[in-house]
Design a protein around this ligand. Structure first.
Ligand SMILES: [Zn+2]
Length: 175
């Protein structure tokens, strides 16, 4: 599948099997890799590094839990946006914590080894989207919630889309 031009809406989901997706960012693996006899798990060395990163492991687990809880808390069929889960995980104090104590909390997070504070805002946004893509491609059981058998699909502007090419606001809902 070629990458659509930026103004086009994303294409419908690829019919690729889970093996066709990167285990780190959840995007379709490049076509040329599919004939590679060696099993490929990642689309790039960056994703391979992310996949093995201990400091991302905890963050990714929190993101998956936040998606699961949000999906369960809302009526079936309602879309959970990647940006909503990003706020839940990376900015849990918003609207409830006075500004004067934010610095203290930041220090506590660092001392406690909470790696959320190490990610740039861009990486926070990307991690939230990577988690959503992995959930669509692989489902909850492989992402740390083994008892959840229901599948999710990606939605942008009311249409089911391929997450690899979704840009702007998109989210997931139960299939
Ligand atoms: Zn990747």
């Amino acid at each position: 599948m070629t990458r659509p031009k930026s103004k086009q809406s994303p294409p419908p989901p690829s019919n690729s099997s889970p093996e066709g997706y990167c285990q780190s960012c959840g995007r379709l693996l490049p076509r040329e890799n599919k004939s590679d006899p060696t099993a490929r798990k990642y689309c790039s060395s960056t994703c391979r590094g992310h996949g093995k990163s201990l400091h991302l492991r905890g963050i990714r687990s929190e993101l998956v839990k936040a998606y699961h809880k949000s999906l369960n808390d809302r009526p079936t069929g309602q879309v959970i946006l990647c940006s909503e889960v990003e706020k839940i995980v990376f900015d849990p104090s918003q609207n409830t914590t006075p500004t004067s104590t934010l610095d203290e909390i930041g220090d506590n997070l660092k001392e406690g080894g909470d790696s959320r504070s190490k990610l740039s805002p861009t990486e926070q946004r990307e991690e939230s989207r990577r988690a959503a893509r992995r959930l669509v491609a692989f489902g909850f059981p492989s992402q740390g919630i083994p008892e959840e058998q229901r599948e999710v699909e990606a939605i942008q502007n009311g249409k089911i889309v391929e997450t690899s090419f979704a840009k702007g606001e998109w989210g997931i809902r139960w299939k």
